[in-house]
Unconditional design. Structure first.
Length: 205
């Protein structure tokens, strides 16, 4: 799996990300019937209309966050818990939210069983973020939104990054890296075309 990731373009080059992808057990976070293809570079269904992203996208989005062991990271869309596990191999300061409670319950159990004790989880609408735990050095959104939720922007530290799919919530989106400058200004760049499940809750209103 890691060899496939390293052969893709744009390339993943961060050593911490590559090690995290090698160490996080993806097969644990997929359903038993898909474990035989757990390390194929493909998204897989995890139930309730949700998916686990392909490994390359997980790795590349993680690299775009530019995090290290001191970074505080918020993930919107816990899903299976796999992305949170990857992040936890880089930093102990991981906060993850999921709006679908049965998914979160399963992810909590898997993260606990695998020893990811530092990952903090919360049931709620990720559109509003997790202000009590902020501000964050980086925010990763693993579902598609029509725009950048304003409250996520407000919870980002100056110098921080948000990686988010933006665009048509049922089609192809743009993977965007949004940066907050030291003086609070916003810059953004589009990285690639992606396809994510839509953000629900307030974002769908």
């Amino acid at each position: 799996m890691v060899e496939v990731i390293l052969d893709k373009s744009p390339m993943v080059t961060d050593g911490a990300v590559i090690r995290a992808m090698a160490d996080a057990p993806r097969h644990v976070f997929v359903h038993e019937q898909t474990r035989r293809i757990a390390y194929d570079d493909t998204p897989l269904p995890i139930g309730l209309g949700q998916t686990i992203s392909q490994p390359y996208i997980v790795a590349y989005m993680t690299e775009l966050l530019e995090i290290d062991s001191a970074s505080k990271v918020l993930e919107i869309g816990t899903g299976s818990g796999y992305q949170a596990a990857v992040l936890a191999h880089i930093t102990p300061h991981v906060y993850t939210m999921e709006i679908i409670e049965p998914l979160l319950d399963r992810a909590r159990g898997l993260l606990a069983e695998e020893g990811y004790d530092t990952v903090q989880t919360r049931h709620g609408d990720g559109y509003y973020g997790w202000p009590e735990a902020g501000p964050y050095d980086a925010i990763i959104v693993t579902c598609a939104a029509g725009h950048l939720p304003p409250l996520l922007w407000s919870q980002l530290k100056p110098g921080g990054r948000i990686v988010i799919p933006i665009g048509e919530m049922t089609g192809v989106q743009r993977l965007v890296v949004v940066r907050k400058t030291a003086d609070g200004e916003r810059t953004s760049r589009t990285v690639m075309a992606v396809r994510f499940v839509p953000m629900t809750g307030q974002a769908a209103q």
